[in-house]
Design a protein around this ligand. Sequence first.
Ligand SMILES: Nc1ncnc2c1ncn2[C@@H]1O[C@H](COP(=O)(O)OP(=O)(O)OP(=O)(O)O)[C@@H](O)[C@H]1O
Ligand SMILES: [Mg+2]
Length: 290
Amino acid sequence: MRIICKDLTYSYDPKKKPAVYALNKVSLTINEGEFFGIIGQTGSGKSTLIQHLNALLPVQEGFLSVGEFDLSLKDKKKYKKQLKELRSKVGMVFQYPEYQLFAESVFDDVAFGLKNFFPNLNANEVAQRVANALNAVGLNYYEVKDKSPFDLSGGQKRRVAIAGVLVTDPEVLVLDEPVAGLDPAGKKELMALLHSLENGRRTIIIVSHDMDEVLENCSRIAVMQQGELVKIGTPEEVFNSNQSYAGLNLPVTVQVNNLLKERGINLNCNFKTEQFICDLERFFKKTTNN
Ligand SMILES: Nc1ncnc2c1ncn2[C@@H]1O[C@H](COP(=O)(O)OP(=O)(O)OP(=O)(O)O)[C@@H](O)[C@H]1O
Ligand SMILES: [Mg+2]
């Protein structure tokens, strides 16, 4: 599902004068199948933007469509009619989702959204879907299904929460700070898990404060600043522009590349860490051989 946003504007207090906008004329398109990153300092409007995508926040001004769903419809009846289907297709994983687990068993927790969206599924179909979702997040269905979610480790809880969204097989998966609070190994594992959920069609959108993380993982990135979209493009386009972004540290490889540039060394390379190190090694081999 392609997401199209035109001049999307939102204020949490629309009556306030002068107006304070959490989103100010944001226009962007996210294509089907992209692994898309949204970055920006705290309070820049990232969560506000993504909460529009499954209509947790209503469109106040501007246009927003998610696939065939027009979320700017002024006709309230038509607007409301599409919400259930939209929400089964756009899965939202909030920051620290493990704190939202509530059911007595992992099975019940993961099945909750599914039963809500698809009340006509029989018990076998529900079990099959729950098993698929748990397996997809790297958990063994038979080992965890009867456990209390509260008896799992932090990383496992987060996987259960993601399974609870994945269970409806959403076409768009939106995750607000998915690796926040994890150690470096846990971060790597979870990002690998998110990549494993790509299937060519599913759009994955992550919100992050971490430039290195989005650089390594996303096909395109949007940078938010005080409610405005200040840059959008591939990691190379976003970081090659000599632009600095308020409150954000540039990725380490970009910082090193900038230092080298100042000394007249132009690597002309990709900023992904592994590729960057290869290019750097090649450059130094060449210069020491000369
Ligand atoms: N429920 C709310 N009521 C009033 N104002 C809000 C609410 N949620 C967010 N805001 C304000 O809207 C602006 C954008 O907030 P938002 O939560 O979208 O930022 P963010 O980029 O997600 O920040 P963070 O990185 O801290 O999560 C901020 O000024 C914030 O104070
Ligand atoms: Mg936020």
